[in-house]
Design a protein around this ligand. Sequence first.
Ligand code: PMP
Ligand code: GLN
Length: 384
Amino acid sequence: ANSLLSGLPTTIFSVISALAVKHDAINLGQGFPDTEGPADMVDAAARALRDGRNQYPPLAGLPELRGAVARSNARFYGINVDPAREVVVTCGATEAITASLMALVNRGDEVVVFEPLYDTYMPVLELLGAVVRKVRLAPPHWDLPRTELAAAFSPRTKAILLNTPMNPTGKVFTRDELEFIAGLVARHDAYAVCDEVYEHLTFGAVRHVPLMALPGMRGRTIRIGSAGKSFSMTGWKVGYVTAPAALADLVMKAHQLLTFTVAPNLQRAVAMGLDKDAAYFGRLAEGMRSARDWLAEGLERAGFRVLQSDGSYFLVADFSPLGFRGNDVAFCQEMVEKVGVAAIPVSAFYDQDGTDIPGHYVRFAFCKKTGVIASAVQRLQSVR
Ligand code: PMP
Ligand code: GLN
């Protein structure tokens, strides 16, 4: 059948993971950890199944999880939330993003996005009939192009869709950049949808600042988190939305149409996880920082130019110093076949209808065991 989705290709993450299996390559493509998350959460999920937590939970999520999301907002960011009216549990951040955009966007509304962008953003906005205003961040520093961003806002702007810490760049928006964005959102009486799935994965002294915590933004922001990233269990697909009650209500209506509810045993375990102490979240970030350093150092040794990553599971590397003739897609193809390492071409994070898409950058995931990164680095020394 011919439909709005007919032209949508299979997601690059599945394509590259399949290639990695086919060529028995080390998969530094799709972002998933190769270690288990906290054992006490796995136990809690298993116990909940045996306790008979097996029927539909409430539409908005288990009260215990909504309470934990509210506590987490308060203790990390000083955002005070009514768990009964301002939190919605979703099937991963993926559903939360789609539901939030469904909640806000009417056909013809303008939505501002940053490019490079996560692969679900464009297709969902197109399905909703949004007019997308893309603002490109330029490598190697991905600084905020303030003049261009201001020009992308108009009286028809409904929302900005912001991802920080950012996939694939590893950029963490600074408070100063966020204040600039907040000013534009307020001035245009718009909203912000904030994909903050990597909120607990920032490195060194860099800290995640939620746009929602800035003055004037509390009533205009939908903030999205993911247990997959905060607890290294990407297969669980438990996400959570924090939003002012009027917006949370709309997100809940979208959620009602999309999935209605989320596995109750996993919700119970995630509620327990969110109450973990600061030491847990500190270790999570520190482990990831050390993995980033191993990979960055190995890539530099292999001849790549590695761009700064301050957060997320990812770093971007420029392969042009290697002298490869061909674009990033060809490079990834050759790397998986001949070197046995899989990564994602950064051009996949651009609207394919655009022009001048950068063609010599590759995204590597470092959410892997040290030994796996070491083996990948060893293979990559022969990439030249
Ligand atoms: N947003 C971003 C930026 C992501 O990288 C991902 C997946 N890694 C998601 C959303 C989806 O998260 P989830 O698995 O919770 O649906
Ligand atoms: N978000 C993950 C990544 O960027 C992949 C998620 C997916 O496979 N859809 O690699």
